[in-house]
Structure formats: structure tokens, C-alpha cells
Design a protein around this ligand. Structure first.
Ligand SMILES: Cc1cc2nc3c(=O)[nH]c(=O)nc-3n(C[C@H](O)[C@H](O)[C@H](O)COP(=O)(O)O)c2cc1C
Length: 239
């Protein structure tokens, strides 16, 4: 899933969805792929567009000091300049899904840079459902994102959040080590508590169901706020 993908061809009766996303370590990308699979059997046309930094952001950051420094910069909402989007992103859509990770309690740097440059042109008079992938601390991100979208003139009827299903404090330590380029799943003192970085298969199945529900409601001209996107993170077992 690189650049963009168009699924189905647009006809008058069809609903058009734009999915705009940034993904640093592929977690958002995997969830979206599952969601799109769920939409597959419905008459919706999907434009999938990656938000691409001007300077490629390689995963992982590579060391503990670099990761720590990035956490500080992102806490202060550091922007990561992004490449221009194709013109088709600026059309009107029946639904826009804006997806990406939480970075230090905020939207990621590329998403913030996109808002600065194109926010109003992209989101004015659009119905936007954000999708957040995070280790578990997303509320400030959500409030900030909703405020930004409202300021641009969007309506935000609902929200989808996926958290990493590991227990604390291992989840936070595991994400930090992973971002630093370590392999916490194999560290003797971690592996009992931390099975895997990121989302589970069960969550991908959930994402697929959400994709189906979104498409169903959209084609019936239903209310997006009626969908229950409450996810149930099943924690990894120790075995
Ligand atoms: C710089 C940085 C800061 C992060 N800060 C948070 C945070 O404040 N809260 C949280 O729940 N997750 C945080 N995370 C974890 C990511 O949100 C999480 O790993 C997410 O699933 C990554 O999605 P992606 O692979 O699509 O980028 C942070 C990750 C990075 C790289």
C-alpha cells in the first residue's frame, strides 16, 4: 500500500471516501488495509492517500538518545514538512478518514504540517472520521485534532481509536525500546511481559468490521455517529 490506491470506480450512486494517512511504523497502515478490505464488497470508491514527509522518516529512530529527543520535539508539536497532495484530495467526499499515530499526546508532525498548509482546503465542509493508532494515550490527541478539524470547517461525527494491547508499564517501555531500534520481545527481562509491538490480529479483524460498518452506513445515508467504534483491546496472554 504505497502512495495511493483507488478501489472501485466512481458512479453517481456510489459513495466516495478519501482516506488520508500517515504511518511511521506501519501500524496505521495495517489497520487501514483491513478497513479497506471490509469496505470491499460495498459500492464505495476509496482514494487512499499517504501523507509523505519531504525528508523520509526512517523507522526506528535508531538509538535511545535520538528517541528521547524526538519525544521532546514532538511534545512541542514539531512539524514534519510534507509533499504536496494530488489535486483529487481536494474534491468533495462523502467521507474523509484522517488516520495516523499519536506522537507525544498530539497528532504526528506530518499531520500537523498538513493542517498548517492545506487544512481548510482539505477539510472545509467535509465529514471527517479520525482514526488514531497509539500505545494507549490518545485523548489529548483527539481533543486537539477535533479542534483543528472544527476550525477548518469540518464536521467530526465519530472517532476510531486502536491502542496497543499490552499491559503497562511494559507497553510504554516496549514502544520506547522498539522506536530506539531494540527488540524488546527478545530481551530476557521484557519478553515475559511484552509479546509484540503494535496491534494484534484481533484488532485487524475489528478494523475490517469497522470498514464494513462505515460503508454500510454511508451507502444508506445513515448517521456516522450511530456506529459504535469502541474497541476491546484483548491483552496479550503471557504464554
Ligand atoms: C515520536 C513518538 C511519540 C509517541 N507518543 C505517543 C503518545 O504520546 N501516546 C501514545 O499512546 N503512543 C505514542 N506513540 C506510539 C505510537 O502512537 C504507536 O506506536 C502507533 O501505533 C504508531 O502508529 P504508526 O506505525 O502508524 O506510526 C509515539 C510514537 C512515536 C514515534
Amino acid at each position: 500500500m504505497t502512495g495511493d490506491l483507488i478501489m472501485g470506480s466512481s458512479t453517481n450512486s456510489q459513495k466516495n471516501i478519501l482516506i488520508l494517512y500517515y504511518s511511521y511504523s506501519s501500524q496505521t497502515k495495517n489497520l487501514l488495509q483491513a478497513m479497506i478490505n471490509g469496505m470491499d464488497s460495498h459500492p464505495v470508491s476509496v482514494v487512499l492517500q499517504r501523507i509523505e514527509p519531504v525528508v523520509p522518516q526512517h523507522f526506528p529512530f535508531g538509538s535511545i538518545p535520538k528517541t528521547f529527543w524526538k519525544m521532546i520535539l514532538t511534545f512541542f508539536r514539531q512539524r514534519v514538512p510534507v509533499k504536496p497532495l494530488p489535486e483529487q484530495c481536494f474534491q468533495h467526499y462523502d467521507l474523509v478518514i484522517l488516520a495516523g499515530p499519536t506522537w507525544s499526546y498530539h497528532p504526528s508532525g506530518p499531520v500537523l504540517a498538513l493542517f498548517d498548509r492545506d487544512g481548510e482546503r482539505l477539510f472545509k465542509d467535509q465529514q471527517v472520521v479520525p482514526l488514531i493508532s497509539c500505545r494507549g494515550y490518545w485523548r489529548m490527541h483527539w481533543w486537539g485534532l477535533k479542534a483543528l478539524l472544527n476550525k477548518c470547517g469540518a464536521t467530526v461525527p465519530n472517532l476510531i481509536v486502536f491502542s496497543h494491547p499490552s499491559k503497562e508499564p511494559w507497553r510504554t517501555v516496549g514502544v520506547f525500546l522498539k522506536l530506539a531500534g531494540k527488540v524488546p520481545e527478545r530481551m530476557p527481562w521484557m519478553k515475559k511481559h511484552y509479546r509484540k509491538y503494535g496491534h494484534t490480529r484481533a484488532q485487524l479483524t475489528e478494523a475490517r468490521n469497522f470498514g464494513e460498518q462505515l460503508a454500510e452506513v454511508l451507502i444508506k445515508d445513515g448517521d456516522m455517529s450511530s456506529i459504535n467504534f469502541k474497541t476491546v483491546p484483548v491483552l496479550y496472554s503471557k504464554s
